[in-house]
Design a protein around this ligand. Structure first.
Ligand code: NAD
Ligand code: TYD
Length: 355
């Protein structure tokens, strides 16, 4: 691993990974390719360690010419593919960009990678970042998802990610392209865009706004700190077996209501409300997400056994650190919340939910 192309490196997980990799591998050069959609922010890439080893390129993964040029000019030997449309609610209201970026974009990268790899056999890796949502939904008592679980996606987001996973595997089976895939559960941590549950609850909590819980808040997600995800990806790049899939998760499965209550408890301690009430008084039940997956749980035995990975963050301390990060990064928060796009999204999404 000498020259790494990170797609989607200005987004939440990608930017944490770029920071992690530059710190961890002093000699690696990183090229970030990111379209800077509403979710991508240059602010996420401020204060990088070893910035001289990093190049940022604004562009679309669907642009084959640009991808070919970046792979050739930078002698790329490793692609870590994060770029995606990533929010389930947005995929319900407008699926087209999900089809374009997640399916056509991944296909474009695979074609370009296949072409670049023919000059570097044996020294090439395409690592595809995916989600546990491709496996569908569990009911109470079902065994956790694992690498061999059949695909059964429900939302346009998860269906587009499933499609991209199948394409990546097909390039391995058909052309021997050296790929690995990881399917990870819900991440939380610094730089997460506040359309997702945890940062939305933190920021609404701090500013006294309602905390919109879908349905009765009984759904269950597995939560993993983003730095534990970055460490897992790094280990897969270093020691993962070509052609293999690795499931990654945090072994933390609160209901949505429980995690919102935990966030409120931490906020009560760190930023008490002026009226002395708990932040839980801000919880508002809103109409449910259509096709809402009930439960995710992921078995991480394979990556623990084969690559020696295990998560380092407990949920409570991870959340405390994350809340501290949002409290200490008000300029970042302002730059996100100031955007017209964000307020228009909030209006559209939550109007649908009578909120
Ligand atoms: P994000 O929405 O924060 O970031 C996505 C990034 O991709 C943004 O910077 C955006 O500008 C960029 N992008 C979008 N379309 C692009 C295009 N056509 N060309 C180039 N760049 C483009 O997403 P995230 O939460 O950081 O997720 C990153 C990856 O991890 C995604 O593939 C997602 O499916 C996967 N994943 C996310 C989670 C999670 O909890 N967030 C869990 C498991 C897997
Ligand atoms: P989210 O962060 O959007 O991730 P995903 O849908 O990919 O799991 O949502 C996490 C859970 O929280 C999901 O069950 C939907 C729920 N949720 C709410 O109850 N209220 C909200 O405002 C949001 C954004 C999500």
């Amino acid at each position: 691993m000498k020259n790494v192309l990170v797609t989607g490196g200005a987004g939440f997980i990608g930017s944490n990974f770029v920071r992690y990799l530059l710190q961890r591998e002093p000699d690696v050069k990183v090229v970030t390719l990111d379209l800077l959609t509403y979710a991508g922010k240059m602010e996420n890439l401020e204060d990088l360690p070893r910035p001289e080893n990093h190049v940022f390129v604004q562009g679309d993964i669907c642009n084959r010419e640009l991808v070919d040029q970046l792979l050739a000019e930078n002698a790329i030997d490793t692609i870590v593919h994060f770029a995606a449309e990533s929010h389930v609610d947005r995929s319900i209201l407008g699926p087209m960009p999900f089809i374009q970026t997640n399916i056509i974009g991944t296909f474009t990268l695979l074609e370009a990678a296949k072409n670049a790899w023919k000059d570097k056999p044996g020294e090439f890796r395409f690592h595809h970042i995916s989600t546990d949502e491709v496996f569908g939904a569990l009911q109470s008592g079902d065994p956790a998802f694992e690498e061999g679980t059949p695909y059964n996606p429900h939302s346009p987001y998860s269906a587009s990610k499933a499609s991209s996973d199948h394409l990546v595997r097909a390039y391995y089976s058909t052309y021997n392209l050296p790929i690995t895939i990881s399917n990870c559960s819900n991440n939380y941590g610094p730089y997460q865009f506040p359309e997702k549950l945890i940062p939305l609850m933190i920021l609404n909590g701090i500013t006294g706004k309602p905390l919109p819980v879908y349905g009765k808040g009984e759904q269950i997600r597995d939560w993993l700190h983003v730095m534990d995800h970055c460490e897992a990806i790094y280990l897969i790049l270093k020691k993962g077996k070509i052609g293999e899939t690795y499931c990654i998760g945090g072994d933390n499965q609160p209901t949505n209501l429980e995690i919102v209550q935990l966030i409120c408890e931490i906020l009560d301690d760190k930023v008490p409300r002026a009226d002395g009430k708990s932040h839980t008084s801000q919880i508002q039940y809103v109409s449910d997400r259509p096709g809402h997956d009930f439960r995710y749980d992921i078995n991480t035995n394979k990556i623990q056994r084969e690559l020696g990975w295990k998560p380092a963050h407990a949920l409570r301390t991870g959340l405390e650190e994350t809340i501290e990060w949002y409290l200490n990064h008000s300029a970042w928060v302002d730059s996100v919340l100031d955007k017209d796009e964000f307020s228009s999204w909030i209006n559209t999404n939550y109007q649908e939910r009578d909120y």
